[in-house]
Design a protein around this ligand. Structure first.
Ligand SMILES: [Zn+2]
Ligand SMILES: [Zn+2]
Length: 342
């Protein structure tokens, strides 16, 4: 009798157990199906909205150290033309340099409404107020939108709060500031990186420069430093101001969003002027993995560093060029350097 009871209990217990197993299995199948449906939907959405590609691109250097046309200065600025759309990337150091150099090169900047300021340093922001003041009489919407990275308005220790002063006076004149903390497409095929995660240890900033925060003084890693990049029919073209985030960190961020594309062209300042031989070797190896084919290393890239990179990349004088004022890059012809850098 006792034996039969035990047996019943076992049967009953095992039937409860099987019911539970079946319920868990049904739940698992439901979650797997739901997960698959979400993934399929996202994949479908991504397929339905392919990333837009640019086939008509021109980039002209308007401020850097080396110049055989116009004036050289410690600073950086370049005009980006995507079809009819003109975007000014950085504005040089001295107020009048970019406007004067543009006039010298026969370029009309009055149609430029959008300006990207890569970071807070004066050698990239120095011309913005002067440009707005001189161009708004020709076109009231000239220099009317300014795109910046999050963190640009943080107060720096021992330095005047010049970005806040600049913002206040431009906003009083009707200029709009747009702030980015992550990758974003600002015009079809034209993107900003926003804040760049510092995945690799590329310390391209002054460790003695400090920020004023609620937690006290912290090292200023120039968190707002952002680059512009264009998704073209010939790969990604990267435009950098001072490269404080690091060229490899910046490329790693871009490739996390554009896995299928090579980053074929790098233009601007990459802050390699003090890089050691070891660092340049590591940088060149990484650049090869991203598929880099040509580079216009201006401003803080450093002349010797650019030449060393050219050797490490097995590049030529035609595709690894020291940047100078008036350099032109087009998708069809690549980099056309000034006479001094040929
Ligand atoms: Zn800088
Ligand atoms: Zn700089």
């Amino acid at each position: 009798m006792l034996k039969d009871f035990n047996c019943e209990l076992r049967i009953c217990s095992s039937s409860i157990c099987s019911t539970r197993v079946i319920s868990i299995r049904i739940c698992s199948i439901y979650f797997v199906l739901m997960f698959w449906a979400v993934c399929f939907h996202n994949n479908l959405t991504a397929q339905q909205t392919p990333k837009r590609q640019v086939s008509d691109l021109k980039i002209t250097t308007l401020s850097t150290m080396l110049a055989d046309r116009g004036h050289g200065e410690w600073g950086y600025s370049a005009l980006v033309e995507v079809g009819q759309k003109k975007i000014l990337f950085d504005t040089g150091r001295y107020p009048e340099t970019v406007l004067n150099n543009a006039q010298r090169l026969g370029i009309d900047l009055s149609e430029v409404e959008d300006v990207v300021l890569s970071h807070n340093h004066g050698d990239h922001t120095g011309g913005v107020l002067y440009l707005r003041e001189h161009l708004k009489s020709i076109n009231p919407t000239a220099i009317s939108r300014i795109h910046v990275g999050k963190g640009i308005f943080t107060k720096r220790v021992g330095r005047p709060h010049s970005m806040q002063v600049l913002k206040d006076s431009l906003e009083a004149d009707g200029v709009e500031f747009k702030i980015y903390d992550s990758v974003q497409e600002i015009f079809p095929g034209v993107w900003l990186t926003g804040n760049v995660p510092r995945k690799y240890d590329e310390k391209n900033y002054n460790p003695n420069s400090k920020l004023e925060t609620k937690q006290g003084e912290v090292v200023d890693i120039v968190a707002e430093d952002m680059s512009l990049f264009i998704n073209t029919t010939k790969g990604i073209v990267l435009l950098s101001g001072c490269g404080h985030s690091g060229i490899i960190n910046t490329m790693a961020l871009i490739q996390s969003r554009f896995k299928e594309k090579k980053i074929t062209t790098a233009i601007g300042g990459f802050h390699l002027l003090r890089a050691s031989d070891e660092q340049l070797k590591w940088t060149a190896n990484q650049l090869k993995l991203f598929g880099l084919q040509q580079m216009n290393g201006a401003h803080c890239t450093g002349i010797n560093s650019l030449v060393q990179l050219r050797d490490l990349m097995k590049g030529s004088r035609q595709n690894y060029v020291v940047g100078s004022v008036g350099d032109l890059f087009t998708l069809e012809q690549g980099i056309r350097p000034g006479a001094i850098a040929r």
